[in-house]
Design a protein around this ligand. Sequence first.
Ligand SMILES: NC(=O)c1ccc[n+]([C@@H]2O[C@H](COP(=O)([O-])OP(=O)(O)OC[C@H]3O[C@@H](n4cnc5c(N)ncnc54)[C@H](O)[C@@H]3O)[C@@H](O)[C@H]2O)c1
Ligand SMILES: [Zn+2]
Length: 332
Amino acid sequence: MRVLVTGGAGFIGSHVVEALTARGHEAVVFDLCDGHDVRSPQAVASMLPGVDAVCHQAAMVGLGTRFSDAADYVSHNDLGTAVLLTAMADAGLRRLVLAGSMVVYGEGSYACERHGPVRPGPRAVADLDAGRFEPRCPDCGEKLMPGLVGEDAPVDPRNVYATTKLTQEHLAAAWARSTGGSAVSLRYHNVYGPRMPRDTPYAGVASFFRSALARGEAPRVFEDGGQRRDFVHVRDVSAANVAALESEPPEGSLTAYNTGSGDPHTVGEMARALAAAYGGPEPVVTGEYRLGDVRHITADSSRLRAGLGWKADVEFTEGMREFATSKLRGEQ
Ligand SMILES: NC(=O)c1ccc[n+]([C@@H]2O[C@H](COP(=O)([O-])OP(=O)(O)OC[C@H]3O[C@@H](n4cnc5c(N)ncnc54)[C@H](O)[C@@H]3O)[C@@H](O)[C@H]2O)c1
Ligand SMILES: [Zn+2]
């Protein structure tokens, strides 16, 4: 199969290219860093002849620094996806695998002892300032138990980036309906591993910690370190992309799959595992917070395991040990 990998020069895209090649497929890289912009109809159209499927990884990522990034996120992620899908429709190309994200769920899934499943709203600044990081039951104000979020959970994007990732899915679903194409969205959880970009305001937490260690500094853990996440290795994510590309998904709609390791850890545990593996200073818990962050978000990835026969292979401690000594992108 010949696959156009948008964002193929990026962190995850470059691993997808390797995984496709290893399976005997041909991967064609399409990335802004080589001057190929998904927002350019001509650039996209010129790459599609002979292509069997598109694996759309290109996006502006991360939480960003300020609201004024909004137009850039919407432009790269949503206009870019619309242009790409238009070119695919014109070329009669019917297969899309999209890099989705767990950010579409907002604050994960919770249960109150008295009220059962509840959906807490965004955390109040006053609570965060006072170090009250755990969301409370909207009905009784009591503590909640975090649970695993499934694909049918309501979506609730909490920041601009999350909004654009959700819109990408809606655009892909509309494209599938009107062309009879098949679309799969792999909703990645926290991806880490070799070639992760070094720390910028757009990077993931594993990269912040790894970059601090490389400077000889202690990883700085926000809130109280108890935030739960599903850290999934980039090789497992690229394997999920290959499995999705090789599958026969339903036509005319979008199928979403959580893509997580199934082995949740707190951010504090991740910092300690990484610091220990690196042989660096113990993490420092700072109590700082970022307003757009959610407290806990952990995946139920059983649909992906059942539907595509995929499973995560890289175990947490082992993955962190490798990540501690592997090179970050942009690192000297
Ligand atoms: N890293 C994670 O933990 C994570 C989690 C959930 C979802 N995702 C998604 O995975 C995908 C890949 O992310 P990544 O972590 O590899 O980030 P990355 O920044 O390393 O890769 C993104 C690539 O897309 C390219 N790109 C950006 N805008 C483009 C445009 N307009 N035209 C062409 N190329 C463009 C960039 O040059 C870059 O090489 C993104 O869609 C992201 O939203 C990542
Ligand atoms: Zn309650």
